[in-house]
Design a protein around this ligand. Structure first.
Ligand code: DQQ
Length: 573
C-alpha cells in the first residue's frame, strides 16, 4: 500500500499535518463537550447485538479475559459524555460473549498516578493466583504515562466487581530518560517463560520509529526493561495497543500466551497512531534473544496485513481456555459527526468477538464470529442456485434486514471476463473508490446491498470484483459507505482489501455480513479479508431497511446458497 498522503507530506515538507483518516478513532479532545450527558439516548441507530454501553462514549476494549466461568470485557469509557474524555475502565460480564451485564466502572482515576485517566491495558490470569490488570495511568496534564497494576478486591466475587490499585510498587514501570513518556502506553497481557520470568510489551515510539518495548519480571511487580524492544519498525510512528501471541501451525485452536514450540508461530499487531489503522505480521519469536522476527511473506509497516480494513482499532485478543480458542475484539469507532454523537448521547461500539487462527498457508490470519452468536439467529430464509445476470438485484425478503446475519456463496463458471489489473492499483481503498458497485465490470462487482432503502437511495454494498494480473487473479473486496446515507456530515469511506484466494481451482467466493443498524461487519472468503463499516442511513432504518444480492458484471454469477437470519437482540442488563 502507498504511504498515506499525509505521511508523504511530512516526509517531503516536514510540515505539521493532521493525518486524519476521517474516523473518530483519534479521540480528539473537546473540553466543553466532555462532560455533557445527553438528556435522553437516541435509539435509532443503536445496535441490537454488538456490544455498547447504555450511553456515552466508548473506545478500546481492555483486559478481555475468561475467569471462573465468566467472560470479562473492560473498555475505555467516558461516564459523563459522548466524546472522548474522563476516561475510566467500563466493565461488563457475560457467560457467552453475546449477552452482557454492565457493571460499575472497574478502574477510575483515584490515585495521583492515574489522576488524568485510566488508559488501555490488559489482564493476565496468574496460575493459582488469579487475575492482574496492567494498565496505563496518566499522571499530569502533559500526558506523562506510567504503567500500573490492579488486583481484584475479592477473587471469590464471581464478577470481580471491585479492583484495588496497591500503593506498594505502583507505578510498576515508568519511562526512562531516553524515552518520551507521553508516548509510552498500553501494556499487553504477560506471558510466562521457563526461565522463571513474566514478560510483557508496552507501545511507544523513538523519533518516528514504532516500538514494542519489552519488560521482564519474576514477581509481576518489579519489572526490568530488556536491552532492546522485542520489535520496532521505521517511519511507523507511535505503536498503540500492541498485541503479541502464539498461533498454531496446525488447526484452528488458540494457544495460551506462554506456549512455544515447533508448531507455533507468533503474531505481533500494533495500532498505528498516525492513521489509526492497525497492522500485523506473522513471524518467529526467538525467546532466548527476546526478539521477534516477522516473516517476509508480508510487509512490516504501512503495506502490511490488517485484521480488518474498516472501522476497527485498538484491538486486543485473549485465550479462552474453556473452548481452546483465541478471541479478538476491537473498537468499531464512529463515522457519525461529533455533534450528532453528542445529540444522540452515545458514540462507539465493540466489534463482534471473533475467533482468530492462522490460515493453513501460514501467511495470514483468519477470523470468524464466535459460534455463540448463532444463538441469536431466528427466522431464516434461503436462496439457492439463483442466477444473476448483469445489472440485476434480487431482494432477500422475509427477515429483519436492519438486524440480520447473512451467509452467501457466489460462483461463476469462468474467469475470462476478469478486467485487466493495473499494477499501479496498490491501495485497495482507492481502487474501490474508482470501481464502485455501480461501475459495471467483467467478473463482478457482485455481492450484497445491505441497509438499503426500497428505491436504493441509500445502500451499503459489500462486494467482490476480480481482476486479471499477468500471473494471477486479484480479488478486491469492498464495503463502500459512499451511498450508505443521504446525510452529508458523515465519514463515508470506500473501505476495501485484497483477498488472497486461488480462484483457478475453485470459482467461488463466500461472504458473511453481520448487519446491525449502524454497523455492517463483513467476512470475505471465510474470514480471510474482513471489513467493518459504521453507517448511518436515514431511510433504510428499522423495518424500512432492505437487503439485496446484486451483480453488475457481464459474467453471470450464481448465488449458490444464501442463508439469512433475523437476529434477536442480545440481552443487556
Ligand atoms: N486509547 C487509549 C490509549 C490508547 C488509545 C486512551 C488507542 O491508551 O493508546 O483512551 O485508541
Amino acid at each position: 500500500m502507498a504511504l498515506p498522503i499525509c505521511l508523504t507530506y511530512i516526509a517531503i515538507f516536514s510540515l505539521f499535518v493532521i493525518c486524519n483518516n476521517g474516523v473518530e478513532a483519534f479521540h480528539e479532545i473537546y473540553p466543553d463537550l466532555q462532560s455533557i450527558s445527553a438528556s435522553s439516548v437516541s435509539k435509532l441507530h443503536r445496535t441490537g447485538y454488538h456490544f455498547q454501553p447504555r450511553r456515552n462514549w466508548i473506545n478500546d476494549p481492555n483486559g478481555p479475559m475468561y475467569y471462573n466461568g465468566v467472560y470479562h470485557l473492560f473498555y475505555q469509557y467516558n461516564p459523563k459524555g459522548a466524546v472522548w474524555g474522563n476516561i475510566v475502565w467500563g466493565h461488563a460480564v457475560s457467560k457467552d460473549l453475546i449477552n452482557w451485564k454492565e457493571l460499575e466502572p472497574a478502574l477510575y482515576p483515584s490515585k495521583p498516578f492515574d489522576k488524568y485517566g485510566c488508559w488501555s491495558g490488559s489482564a493476565t490470569v496468574l496460575p493459582g493466583k488469579g487475575p492482574i490488570i496492567l494498565y496505563t495511568g496518566v499522571i499530569d496534564k502533559q500526558s506523562t504515562e506510567v504503567q500500573l497494576y490492579a488486583i481484584p478486591e475479592n477473587k471469590s466475587d464471581p464478577f470481580l466487581t471491585k479492583w484495588i490499585k496497591p500503593d506498594a510498587f505502583n507505578p510498576i514501570v515508568v519511562a526512562d530518560h531516553t524515552m518520551n513518556a507521553s508516548v509510552f502506553r498500553d501494556p499487553t497481557t504477560a506471558w510466562w517463560s521457563k526461565d522463571g520470568h513474566w514478560r510483557m510489551l508496552i507501545g511507544g515510539k523513538r523519533n518516528n520509529r514504532g516500538m514494542a518495548y519489552l519488560y521482564r519480571s519474576k514477581d509481576f511487580v518489579k519489572w526490568i526493561q530488556a536491552k532492546h524492544p522485542i520489535h520496532s519498525a521505521p517511519s511507523t510512528g507511535m505503536w498503540e495497543c500492541p498485541d503479541f501471541y502464539p498461533v498454531s501451525l496446525k488447526g484452528t485452536n488458540g494457544l495460551d500466551l506462554s506456549m512455544v514450540g515447533n508448531n507455533v508461530k507468533h503474531v505481533l499487531k500494533n495500532s498505528f497512531d498516525v492513521t489509526r489503522f492497525e497492522y500485523y505480521t506473522v513471524g518467529t519469536y526467538l525467546k532466548n534473544k527476546d526478539k521477534y522476527i516477522p516473516d517476509n511473506t508480508s510487509e512490516d509497516g504501512w503495506g502490511g496485513l490488517r485484521y480488518d480494513y474498516g472501522n476497527f482499532y485498538a484491538s486486543k485478543s485473549f485465550f479462552d481456555p474453556s473452548k481452546n480458542r483465541r478471541i479478538l475484539w476491537a473498537w468499531a469507532n464512529e463515522s457519525d459527526s461529533k455533534e450528532d454523537d453528542v445529540k444522540k448521547g452515545w458514540a462507539g461500539i465493540q466489534s463482534i468477538p471473533r475467533t482468530v487462527w492462522l490460515d493453513s498457508g501460514g501467511r495470514q490470519l483468519v477470523q470468524w464470529p464466535v459460534q455463540e452468536l448463532n444463538s441469536l439467529r431466528e427466522k431464516q430464509v434461503k436462496i439457492s442456485n439463483q442466477k444473476l445476470t448483469k445489472g440485476h438485484h434480487i431482494e432477500v425478503k422475509g427477515i429483519t434486514a436492519a438486524q440480520a446475519d447473512v451467509e452467501v456463496t457466489f460462483s461463476f463458471s469462468s474467469l475470462n471476463k476478469a478486467e485487466p489489473f493495473d499494477s499501479r492499483w496498490v491501495n485497495p481503498q482507492d481502487l474501490c473508490a474508482l470501481k464502485g458497485s455501480k461501475v459495471q465490470g467483467g467478473l463482478g462487482p457482485f455481492g450484497l446491498l445491505a441497509l438499503a432503502s426500497e428505491k436504493l437511495e441509500e445502500f451499503t454494498p459489500i462486494f467482490f470484483r476480480i481482476f486479471k494480473a499477468p500471473h494471477k487473479h486479484v480479488v478486491l473486496m469492498c464495503s463502500d459507505a459512499r451511498s450508505s446515507s443521504l446525510k452529508r456530515e458523515l465519514y463515508k469511506p470506500s473501505f476495501a482489501g485484497f483477498v488472497d484466494v486461488d480462484l483457478a481451482n475453485n470459482k467461488k467466493l463466500s461472504l458473511r455480513c453481520l448487519i446491525d443498524h449502524s454497523v455492517v461487519e463483513s467476512f470475505g472468503a471465510g474470514g480471510k479479508t474482513n471489513i467493518l463499516s459504521r453507517v448511518y442511513p436515514t431511510l433504510a432504518v428499522k423495518k424500512k431497511a432492505h437487503l439485496f444480492v446484486f451483480n453488475n458484471g457481464t459474467e453471470r454469477i450464481t448465488v449458490e446458497n444464501l442463508k439469512a437470519w433475523s437476529m434477536k437482540s442480545a440481552r443487556r442488563t
